[in-house]
Design a protein around this ligand. Structure first.
Ligand SMILES: [Zn+2]
Length: 166
């Protein structure tokens, strides 16, 4: 009995380990159905989000994405704003909110993107803002789902940027 149970756990553990290993190395394809009409979208954000937005922009530029700060808010083509109403919990005792950010892109009659509005929770991390900025740049969640820790993972994003290229 004990040996049989141990064997089952052993097999399950081995399969889980293989799954994690596979997720680490498999190719990830990130769809990009939308393109910008300008070569370098410019970002402005609420002052309270300056630090995580700066980290997000630095990280995205490091992987070669064409994005930069706007010199002034009036020049921005992407805005990042804090929006507490995204917190969809009935009570703060309900664990984490399910929605961390949302991005609306604006496109012209020919389908080119010329602007995007990003809203995130007031306490958004750099990785959540980077995830939404990727949506703003035209990327979608990979399908089938990417490994957890991938930047475009719908619920557990991280800094794994496989398959994201300008
Ligand atoms: Zn997303």
């Amino acid at each position: 009995m004990t040996i049989a149970v141990s064997a089952v756990f052993g097999v399950v553990f081995a399969l889980a380990s293989l799954g994690v290993l596979y997720g680490r190395f498999r190719k990830v394809t990130v769809p990009k159905p939308r393109y910008w009409s300008t070569p370098r979208p410019l970002v402005a954000c609420d002052p309270s989000l300056a630090a995580p937005t700066a980290e997000a922009i630095t990280r995205l530029r490091a992987i070669g994405l064409p994005i930069d700060w706007a010199g002034s808010p009036s020049m921005a083509t992407i805005t990042v704003r804090a929006d507490a109403s995204l917190d969809d919990r009935a009570s703060v005792d309900d664990g984490a909110p399910s929605l961390h950010g949302i991005t609306h892109s604006r496109t012209d009659a020919d389908g080119w993107t010329f602007g995007a509005d990003v809203r995130v929770l007031p306490w958004a991390s750099a990785v959540v803002i980077a995830h939404e900025l990727c949506h703003a740049l035209g990327y979608e969640h990979p399908n089938p789902w990417p490994p957890s820790g991938h930047l475009l993972h719908p619920t557990r994003p991280g800094w794994d940027a496989r398959g994201i290229a300008s």
